[in-house]
Design a protein around this ligand. Structure first.
Ligand code: ADP
Ligand code: NI
Length: 216
């Protein structure tokens, strides 16, 4: 089958299976990750753009947070789709990347040497920082009914208050994850793109505390 046709069918499969995800994980997240991944792949001359595009499209389809199914069911869904659309040959590779992409799996080194993983992971991480990353974080926090900030669980540090880990506010998520991503980028291109987005997180936090502490 023609590759463009396969990409179109994969897009349709992803749209159908991501209904009910929060808007930080919707089709547009997939679209942004696809663009970033193709860009990084080209700049770094890493591999087959078709493989990159298919993996980017499918990377969140199995996410158990939203789909009302467990991860294994999600992986089977993707595997069955690939088998029935002439993609059995790349199925294992794509599924391995999808299983290892998550921030929470960052200690899993079994796949650390796969350039396809580097590209997709960098693209996914870039979409979690910068202005869009901030929008996604507060959207996700709202979806989970978390507070934007919890001043009760702060401690003084360097003249400012900062959230304690586990205080379940979206601001605390910055310290648990978002601010760490810049140093976890795999590719030079990803690192370069992360700089500006990371800086924007810091600018945002400075302004946030300035407004929060107004009058202090
Ligand atoms: P990963 O697949 O890398 O584990 P997640 O699916 O947990 O990432 O997160 C995806 C998006 O949701 C990111 O933009 C992330 O910052 C945001 N997010 C995840 N957990 C939280 C949280 N507790 N508060 C706010 N945003 C969150
Ligand atoms: Ni993602």
């Amino acid at each position: 089958m023609d590759r463009n046709l396969l990409i179109g069918m994969t897009e349709e499969f992803v749209r159908r299976n991501m209904k009910g995800y929060d808007s930080g994980h919707d089709w547009w997240h997939i679209e942004r990750v696809r663009r970033l991944a193709l860009y990084i792949n080209e700049k770094e001359a890493i591999g087959d753009p078709f493989l990159v595009e298919i993996t980017a499209l499918l990377h969140d389809t199995a996410d158990s947070k939203f789909a009302g199914r467990n991860m294994q069911q999600g992986y089977s869904l993707i595997g069955d789709f690939m088998d029935s659309h002439e993609m059995s040959e790349i199925k294992d590779h794509v599924l391995n990347v999808i299983k290892n992409i998550s921030f929470s799996n960052k200690n899993n080194s079994a796949m650390a040497n796969d350039p396809l993983l580097w590209v997709i992971q960098d693209a996914d991480r870039l979409d979690a920082i910068g202005a869009i990353g901030i929008a996604r974080a507060f959207n996700y926090g709202g979806f989970r009914n978390n507070r934007i900030y919890n001043p009760d669980s702060t401690r003084p540090k360097g003249g400012h208050t900062r959230p304690m880990p586990g205080s379940a506010s979206t601001i605390s998520h910055f310290y648990e994850k978002l601010l760490l991503l810049k140093n976890l980028m795999n590719t030079d291109c990803g690192k370069r793109l992360a700089e500006e987005r990371h800086e924007f997180l810091e600018i945002f936090l400075r302004q946030f505390y300035k407004e929060w502490e107004f009058g202090d």
